[in-house]
Structures are given as structure tokens and as C-alpha cells.
Design a protein around this ligand. Sequence first.
Ligand code: FAD
Length: 469
Amino acid sequence: APLLLWFRRDLRLDDLPMLAAALATGRPLVPVFVLDDETEALGAAPKWRLGLGVAAFAKRLEAAGSRLVLRRGDALAVLQALVAETGAAGVMWSRLYDPVSKARDQRVKAGLREAGIGADSFAGHLLHEPWDVATGTGGFYRVYTPFWRAVRGRAVPAPVAAPARLPAPAVWPVSDDLDAWRMGDAMNRGAAVVSAYVHVGEAAAVARLERFLDGSVDSYDVARDLPAVEGTSGLSENLALGEIGARRVWHAAWAAFERGGAGAETFLKELVWREFSYHLVYHSPHITTANWKPEWDAFPWRGDSADAERWKQGMTGEPFVDAAMREMYVTGRMHNRGRMIVASYLTKHLMTDWRIGQAWFADCLIDWDPAANAMGWQWAAGSGPDAAPYFRIFNPATQVEKFDPKQEYRKRFIAELSRDPGREALAFFDAVPRGWNLSPAARYPMPMVDLAEGRARALAAYAARGGAG
Ligand code: FAD
């Protein structure tokens, strides 16, 4: 009898504990991807990107003598039906840790076991399972630096290499047609623009890692803060869908670190920020939906508004903010410096609830990740664990002087500020919804908020509450 391998955010064959365990049984393997309600609910850009990832993974499996069986519907019902069709002995998958996936997976596991079907989940998404890293008193970490110290010296299991072939069943179950799922529909105009920037699939992810470790890693310390420079790995897009394993990345970067690679330690630290975000999400799942510090519930956050709409449109009149928002529509990603600045601007200068920004990113980022996005927004807003204190308000103007002194970033993405706008600045207008009615010929807006006034307003609201958090 075969085993079903239920793939979700682990679209790879390398460094996959579930696969190693499945191969060890000697059984034929039936890889499955299910478009269930939880997956249907993804934002436009992540869903489109997932569709590309699934297509690439299906090809990867075919090259290994296997297939990816696609089915649509409730995950438990689909898996039960597939077990009945194939006579499978059980189902295996790699664990996820965000509350939505966790609730589904617990339901699936219980349902399968009740029906007498084997159901086993494995590590693979992270360096360490969130419950394996604990403070001296057995609790979880709320602050990054001690978490880093706890993880730094911890042995990360060595990745197992991809098998050349997967044992196939005698008869394959029928599969849906991926195109018919139309996973890119909500992305409409953006897809044509963002397509030029994606690096889809396992081979592309490995190439990215190698290129980074052969080159940019040595200048990573400095260059990673400069949004006009390609100084980071770009791996978030692939890590989000598991097209590369975090353990594989860790071991490669650790080797670079031991060779004396200057930026490699900083890079390892960033990888541990990802790990920390999952640690937090696992131990305090409300981080994805509610103020992590409940004191913040009483803060007078503004809801959606015309101001927030201008933020979304990259039309605030604050060039660093707008350049970053436009970068997101053109490339599907945003530089980390940009993410911090636009998040600070929305939550402080515009006093808007961080969840509005979080949801918008979840709709627009091809590297959307439930844990990193939630932590990033709560960090910026001040409501999260180990967050930027509320009174620390990024000033986009001084940030430009520091991190984009030649104003290359704004020129790259804001057509209205250039006499001879480049390809990417113009592509923004092709990527955004037609209904926004934006034109490169229009005049660039004046700042919608005076930076000093916006700052004072936010601080006054904060002080009126006696300083939350
Ligand atoms: P590199 O600098 O090459 O870093 C390597 C890897 O480390 C990244 O791929 C990522 O997995 C991890 N990493 C780096 N910085 C962080 C961080 N601050 N938090 C968590 N992990 C990190 N990252 C996402 O992957 N998805 C998101 O949806 C996301 N939303 C964010 C929202 C806000 C408001 C903020 C401030 C940050 C967010 N981040 C998110 C974190 C960070 O901006 C990106 O991980 C990073 O820009 C990705 O680029 P890179 O792969 O070139 O990173």
C-alpha cells in the first residue's frame, strides 16, 4: 500500500524529513496538493505565487519519476477519499505553526486517525521545533537577543539530500488541472509585471542561495540596509513556500561564517528572526490577529480611511514611503528598510491600526509569511513583543539621508519625480488596479501629513493613554 504525502508549504525534495521517513518505509509514494478553503483564502499575490510554485514542483516530481496529484476541497475529505481510492496506509506532512494551519491540521489528524488511517506530521519548516527552544524556567522567549543566544550554538539537524527518484504507485489517482484552479485571478494586472522578478522552484532557490553566499554575503552587514542595492539573499520568497529548507540555508551560511565570511553571522541572525517569529506565533498565536500586548487594545487606532488608501496607492507624498509601496507592486517584494518605514508611517504618522497594513501586505507580497508579517507589523506599531517603542518614530526624511543618500530608490520607483522615468517607475502604473486612476503624467502629491505634526499627534495620543506598552 502506498503513502500519501500531503505537500503544503514545503514544495521541495531536498532537506525534507517527511520524505526521508516516507522513503525509509519502502512504500510507493503519492504526493498530493489540496486547494482547500484555507488555501483559497490567501491574498492575491501569495496565491498567485503559490500557483507558480505548485506548477514548478509538479515538474520537479515528474523529473523524479513521480507526480503531484491535485485535488480541491476540504483537506480531510480529500485525503480520506484519496486513501479510499489508493488503499494508502497513511498520510504524512510537514508541520505548520500558524493558528489557521494548526487548527486545520489538528482536525485532519484527528479525523484520519478516527477512521483508522495513519497520520504523521514532521519537522521541516524551521531550524528547531518551537517547543524545543525554551528559557531557563521552561517558558518561551519574548525577546530576540536571548532567543538568538539560545539558538546560536544549538545543533541544527543536517539536511538530507533529495532522492533521485520517488517510488511510484502502479496506478495514479486522477488529478485536477492546475490552470482550472485559476490561482492567479485576483492578481489580474499585477502578474504580468511581477512575473519578471520571481524566482520559482527549488533549483532557483538553491541558485539564489549560492549566488548570495558567493557574493553579497561579505557586504551584507552594510548593504542589507540600503534599499537601492541588491544586498540581501531574496530567499524569503522561497522560504515562504518551502522551496528551500531553512536547515539547508543555515548550514550553508554557517560554513560561510566559519570560513570567515564577514556578513555571514548577521545573515544567520536574520534567519533566526524568521525562527523567532514562528516561536512567537506558536506560543502566543494571538500575535497574528490581536495586539500582542493587550494594553494596546485601548489605543485610538484609526480604521481604514482615505489616508490609508493613499498609503496603499503609494501617493502619500513622502518619497521613501511611496517608493517602497511601489516597489511592492512592481516586484512583489519590499526591501526590509522599506517595510519598517511604511509600517511606522501607517501606524504612527497616520495612527492607523497595524492590522490594516498587515492585511494589505498579505494581499500584495509574494513572500507573505503569516509569522514574519505579524511580528513585523506588531514590532513597527509598538504593540508586539520586543517591539520598537512607540515613541521611536521613524522619520522617513532622515531615513532617506541615511539609507538612500543619492535618492536612487525614489528615482527607481517614482516616475513623477524624474524627467526620464525608468522601466520600473513606469511599470508601477501597469501593475496597480485601473480603478486607482494613477498616471505618471500627474503631479507628484505634496506630503499628506507634515512629518513633525504627525509625529506630535501620535505622541500625544500615546501620552494621553499614559504610554501603552
Ligand atoms: P535576507 O536579508 O536575505 O534574510 C534572510 C532571511 O531571513 C529572509 O529570507 C527571511 O526568511 C529572514 N528574515 C530576515 N529579516 C527578517 C525579519 N525581520 N523577520 C523575520 N524574518 C526575517 N518577511 C517575510 O518573509 N514575509 C513577510 O510577510 C514579511 N512581512 C514583514 C512585514 C513588516 C512590517 C516587516 C518590518 C518585516 C517583514 N518581513 C517579512 C521581514 C523582512 O522584511 C523580510 O524577511 C526580508 O526583507 C526578506 O528579504 P530577503 O529574503 O532578501 O532577506
